[in-house]
Design a protein around this ligand. Sequence first.
Ligand SMILES: [Zn+2]
Length: 197
Amino acid sequence: MAEPEEITFRSHPLEEYVQMIERFHGHLAPGVLLGGFMVELAYQQLPTEGLFDAISETPTCLPDAIQLLTPCSAGNGWLQVVDSGRFALTIFEKTTGAGVRVHLDADRLTPGSQLSNWFLKLVPKAEQDKAQLIEEIVQAGSRILSFRKVHVDLAGRRQKKGVKTQICPVCRESYPRDHGPRCRHCSGERMYYRDAS
Ligand SMILES: [Zn+2]
């Protein structure tokens, strides 16, 4: 069979990356596979030397591709989600902000293909041909991606360091002092949970 060139994702061969996705993400998600092509394309445009941070513009799938293929993770703070709702990621030099943004170019999708139907959510998941979809992603690779050089606004995203903490007088848990005299929960801000009775 004619294999034009071996596909690698930050030096991981395709089969290996597929296994990494299954292990980390739970199943072979098309979006994480596609994200691998996006990360690889971004790195091809970046200098070989440097320390890079990453931004995913969606909380879905792309953060996992970034965490699998780069040193950036949500936990170490080098990966952030800036939710624009778009299927795009940016990898940039952490001290200068110089980077590359990659997005899926919907104009390059073949109308009616599994890939197009999946990306544009035109077909219910139950009616998708998953194997065909994966095959189309592998065949398309970076041909359906666009990239541009960008400059990330570091000042706007740099996290405050050295903020003092204090104990909330109401709940007795620690929180950043600059949030006010009480923690956000005890100041009445809506939380993601409520106490079970
Ligand atoms: Zn509190």
